[in-house]
Design a binder for this molecule. Sequence first.
Ligand SMILES: Cc1cc2nc3c(=O)[nH]c(=O)nc-3n(C[C@H](O)[C@H](O)[C@H](O)COP(=O)(O)O)c2cc1C
Length: 288
Amino acid sequence: MTKSLIVYFSQGGTTTKVAESIAAGLGGATHQVNLCNLKAEQPPTLDGYDLLGIGLPVYIFRPPFKVMDYLNGLPELAGLPVFVFVLYGTYRGDAGSTVRRALAGKGGREAGFFCARGADYFLGYLKRGYLFSPDCPTAEELNAAEAFGREVAARLAGQEYVKPNEDGPPSGIYRLERFLTNRWFVRHVYSRLFRVKAAKCTACGLCMKLCPTRNITEDREGRPQWGRDCLLCLYCEMKCPTEAIVSPVSWPIFYPFMAYNVRRASQDSSLDHARVTWSKGRVSRERP
Ligand SMILES: Cc1cc2nc3c(=O)[nH]c(=O)nc-3n(C[C@H](O)[C@H](O)[C@H](O)COP(=O)(O)O)c2cc1C
């Protein structure tokens, strides 16, 4: 029996869907696949596994910090076959290459690399009325993910694998956005600057439940307070039913970047988008 472990991070569920499709492709009577979403679970050790898959959404042109923490904590892989899959809403930059290099640096032997688009619930875009790649991953992409799983299984059985080229870095302005939201800034600046509007907060606790790093705790009044372990996913602000949370990414200093990103992506004929309204923690599609 071959045993595979797929460790991925998913907030919105699109990476989960692709992970499940890959698992279906890999699986069979003689192949057991275990899935672990870093959002909620602690991954097991790699003892007894013959294959490791890593899945991630692109977050501001990089892998989410939580995925990098997992990779950095891995032991030496000593030739263990590995594969990577990436979900992204507009432009993925070199997030996948970063993960591929990290696994190679640990001694993993690459057996596949796969990308698909996923509905982009980035608050900066939703606030401007845009949901990019709204219906992704499509049925076609999920079929491709399943086929990818079958290909990886065949490679494990000895079929040759030609590594795809690495993705190039994102263009200048996106690199600047990535720099301005790097881990140092998030830890030392932005994570200290989340605010809750006391008059609007009902202390419902939803933001605390949703936070994938358990970075939000209650203050004495039951309202949220933020620690330093923030991923800048902005789900706390996005899902707040009373719009009581304001993150630094909603400050006017970021407006030109958001406006540029939305303009560029909405004019890109290779990208789909839906017009949406974001209100009270909900995203509703406008009628076409
Ligand atoms: C905080 C945040 C940052 C994101 N940054 C990017 C990005 O830089 N490039 C991109 O193409 N998509 C970006 N996305 C879109 C996600 O990568 C995409 O929607 C993915 O499918 C989400 O995966 P999930 O549904 O499993 O959480 C971002 C989404 C969020 C929430």
